[in-house]
Design a protein around this ligand. Sequence first.
Ligand SMILES: [Zn+2]
Length: 467
Amino acid sequence: MNPVRLHNTLGRRLSELTPLEPGHVRLYTCGPTVYDVVHIGNLRTFVFEDVLRRHLLAKGYRVTQIMNLTDVDDKTIRGAQGEGVSLPEFTAKYEEAFFRDIGRLNVQPAEGYPKATDHVPEMIALIETLRERGHTYESEGSVYFRIATFPDYGKLSRIDLTQTRRGERVAEDEYEKEDVKDFALWKGGKPGEPSWPSPFGAGRPGWHIECSAMSMKFLGRHFDIHTGAVDNIFPHHENEIAQSEAATGEPFVEIWLHAEHLLVEGEKMSKSKGNFYTLDDVLARRDDTAALRYLFFSVPYRRKLNFTWDALAGAAAAVDRIRSAAARIGEVAASGTAKAGAFDARGRGEKFLADFTAAMDDDLNTSEALGALFPYLREVNLAIDEGSLDAAEAVAALGAIRSADRVLGVLPAKIEVLPAEVEARIEARNAARKRRDFAEADRIRAELAAAGILLEDGPSGTRWKKA
Ligand SMILES: [Zn+2]
C-alpha cells in the first residue's frame, strides 16, 4: 500500500502518515462551538475532515475520530445570558442543528462527540498536573498558563515571541496574534455564569483546555492527526500543544492539518456584508446538498474556496454527470448481455482508481482525483453509445465508480436504473444520428422527453437524466 502524505502545519512540510498503532489512525477534529448555527465556512472544514476520514477508511485503516462539542465558553455563556435561558437549554438547539447539517451533507458520524460540560473533572485534573509541574499561576481566582515555562511555545504557528512580556495575561478564549500572552486555563466564577467547584475555587474551564483534556482522554496522550480550520492555528492549537506537552512531557500530535477559509464571491464572509450563509440559506436558493458537498471538496482543502452561485451550479452539473453515468452503466450491468471483445472497463477502471487514490494520497488532492474520474466516465459512456460495453464489464465499471464514491459520497445508495426499453430507444437514436437521419433522432428524443427522460448530446456521448 502506498503511503498517505499530508501537509503538516507543524514544520510546514509533507509528513508520511505512519499510525502510532499500526493500522489504526486516531484523529481529533475540533468541533463546533454550539452558540449559533454553523456557517458554510465551518461546513467546508467538516466536509474536508469527512473526506480525510473516508480516504483513510478506503485505504484500509481503522479510524477512531473524536469531535468535541464546545458547550461552555465565552460565546455560549453570552448567548444563554442574552436569551435568559440556561446554558444547556441554549446549546441543545445548536447541537441538534449541527448534527442535522452534517447529516444532510453526508458526513459520516465520528466515533465520539464528547461535550465539554461532561468532562470538567478531566480538565481540572489536567490543570492540576500543570500546576504541579510549575506551568501555572493564579490571579484573581483564575489560573493561567505561563508560556515562558514552555520553550517550544510558538512552534506550530511560528508567531513572533520577541514582543511578549512576562506575566502579561489574556482572559478571553479567542484573541489575536498580537496578543501572545499567558492564557486562562480556568476562569474564576462570576455571578450569573455557570461554574464548577475546583481546587482553584469555583469557576469554569477555558476553551483551549477542553480540547486537550478530551482528545487525550479518548485518543491517548500522543495520537496521529489533529485537524481544524486555519484560524484555529493560533491561539487554539498552539495552546493545546503547550498544555498537553507541558503536562505529559511527550509529543502530543504527529500531524496537524488545517483547512483554508471559504470566501463568498471573493470576499470574507461577514454578517454585516450580507454574504453570510448557513446551510439552510444555501438550500433555500438551491436545494441540492450533494452539489454543495461536491463544491466543498472540489477545491483541495489547503486552497481558499470561493463560494459563488455559478460555482454551485457547476458542482450540481458535475454531480449530475456522475449520477447519470452510474445509472446508465447500472442499466447495462443489469441487462446481462455478453459481448466478445467488449470495452475493457475493468482494466481502465483499475487504472482510474490507482490514479484517483494516488491523488488522494498526495495531501488529499481532490481536484486531481476528480480529474481522473471524469475521463473514465466519458470513456465508459462512449462505449455504451457504441454498444461495446457488456454486462460483466459494466459491473466492473460500476464497482470502480462506487469505490471512488466511498470517498466522495455523492452517489445515492441505490442507483436508479432506466427501463431497458428506454436504453434501447437511446441506442436506436444514436444509430439514426450515425446514418444522419436527424428527423428520426429528433422524433425519438421527443418521445423520450414525453416519457420524462431528457437527453443531452456532448463530445463524450449522450447523457440522459430524468426531467
Ligand atoms: Zn479544539
